[in-house]
Ligand binder design. Structure first.
Ligand SMILES: [Zn+2]
Length: 478
């Protein structure tokens, strides 16, 4: 028996705009008092007319570009009719037959291509606040612009689904279309999953399950893994296979790590879609579309190519830098003055990032000048690497003066002083030299340590080691 998991993903992204999709209410509402960002349009009061937000269109075009979509000049809004308490109007304005973006794709790291059917614009619903015996509604979220990105069912494991979702997340953020903060609900996943069971020369498909409203990569991955087990068990028990109308919707309980049954899923014709009469069909000019694309100042594909082909960075660091637009911007800023790219990448991916994360430092607040001074001093061997790291910390955290630190910590360039100190340490430690000569080579580090102590760390340990070895061989030959 061979079992194949089949996953399709619908990703809801709240587009980052100043105002809502069809009215001038402020779109940023996180933790604001309930129902303070509402007006007749987003409350669905009779007679209120929607006006389309141009910024949402531009962001949808940017996403269209980076997910390799065809961006359509002509698209249309439709009404999706259903009754639900969080939908004040009794219908949602969305795009059904003619979405703005169609036929996109993303390539996974192993070059497997995942096709993306479409990305369509729609409006978010209100938020339900459930209490014991009653539910309150907060309209602040109602009418926030959403882009729903619908993949083909072409991911065959939870790992592939997670990789795809992560790539969409990175690309959408890189072009500033959304912050995708999942804790704030700015990105949510609906997963369609079922199994293809190859058994005794036949193929059985289990009923498709849609898991709704996942808000982390981890729950995405784990809910698919849970369904793989549950659907196989159910198939073995009941033999039930995919049939029209037997799709179901399930929720995800993160604490129990289980999906739970919610309802049989409505087929799409239950929604009685029809063209939205209050918004004329969209007819975007080529000029509008190309201007929206140009508003992406750096295409992620171009940025990545630059890191790989111009800076010749290792793949793992390229992936890291491409995770955040601010990483890329920081890197770019330093490279205008510092050309040892791989060295910079190493410092960035380890010491700089760990300080930034640990102390919550804003990358854009870090001075280019200071970073370049530290790296250059290390390159010129004016300071050691470990001193460089200490200086980096002092400068970033304690805001100490870079020039004073470099001056104070620079290595002793006076060879006479170095020779003199080595001689002094050797003269003081004949017994240690004896031990070294009798084969205890590890004791050399004690001598190096003594020299470094006298010089307050301002010497290159390798150079000190060589001088000590020279000194010992002179003693030996005498
Ligand atoms: Zn409004």
């Amino acid at each position: 028996m061979e079992i194949k998991t089949i996953v399709g993903l619908e990703i809801h992204v709240q587009l980052k705009t100043k105002t809502k999709m069809f009215c001038s209410c402020e779109a940023s509402y996180f933790e604001d008092k309930a129902n303070t960002h509402v007006c007749p349009v987003c409350l669905g009061l009779p007679g209120a007319l929607p006006v389309l937000n141009k910024e949402a269109l531009i962001k949808a075009i940017r996403v269209g570009k980076v997910l390799n979509f065809t961006i359509n000049n002509r698209s249309r809004f439709d009404r999706k009719n259903y009754m639900y308490p969080d939908l004040f109007k009794g219908y949602q304005i969305t795009q059904f037959e003619f979405p703005i973006d169609t036929d996109g794709f993303i390539d996974l790291d192993n070059n497997k291509r995942i096709n993306i059917f479409r990305a369509h614009l729609e409006e978010d619903t209100a938020k339900s606040l459930h209490h014991e015996g009653y539910t309150l509604l907060d309209g602040n979220k109602a009418g926030i612009p959403l882009l729903e990105i619908v993949s083909a069912p072409e991911m065959y494991s939870s790992k592939e689904a997670k990789e795809y979702a992560k790539k969409v997340y990175n690309l959408v953020r890189f072009v500033g279309a959304s912050d995708c903060d999942m804790e704030k609900g700015q990105m949510r996943f609906d997963v369609n999953v079922n199994l293809e069971i190859h058994k005794e020369g036949k193929i059985f498909k289990t009923p498709i399950v849609e898991i709704k409203n996942l808000n982390s990569f981890r729950s995405l991955e784990r809910s698919i893994e849970y369904e793989e087990k549950r659907q196989l068990e159910e198939f073995e028990k009941t033999g039930k296979v995919l049939d029209r109308g037997n799709k179901s919707t399930r929720g995800w309980n993160d604490n129990l790590s289980k999906t739970y049954f919610q309802r049989e899923k409505e087929e799409s014709d239950d929604y009685r879609y029809f063209p939205e009469p209050d918004i004329p069909p969209l007819n975007l000019s080529d000029g509008f579309i190309s201007k929206a694309i140009e508003s992406i100042d750096v295409l992620p594909q171009v940025a990545q190519k630059k890191l790989e082909e111009e800076y010749l960075l290792p793949h793992s660091i390229v992936i890291l830098i491409m995770e955040e637009r601010k990483y890329y911007d920081f890197f770019q800023r330093i490279t205008t003055l510092y050309k040892n790219y791989i060295n910079l990448a190493n410092w960035f991916s380890t010491d700089i990032l760990s300080l930034v994360n640990q102390y919550n430092i804003n990358l854009s607040d870090i001075s280019t000048d200071e970073i370049v001074k530290i790296l250059t001093a290390v390159d010129k061997k004016e300071i050691t690497v470990s001193t460089g790291k200490q200086i980096l910390k002092s400068v970033l955290i304690d805001k100490d003066d870079i020039d004073i630190l470099l001056e104070k910590n620079s290595l002793i360039s006076d060879q006479g002083k170095l020779d003199e100190t080595v001689k002094e340490v050797l003269d003081k430690n004949p017994d240690i030299i004896e031990k070294y000569l009798s084969g205890k080579e590890s004791i050399l580090s004690f001598l190096i340590g003594e020299v470094m102590k006298i010089l307050k760390g301002r010497a290159n340990p390798l150079e000190v080691k060589n001088k000590i070895l020279d000194g010992i061989s002179k003693i030996k030959s005498n």
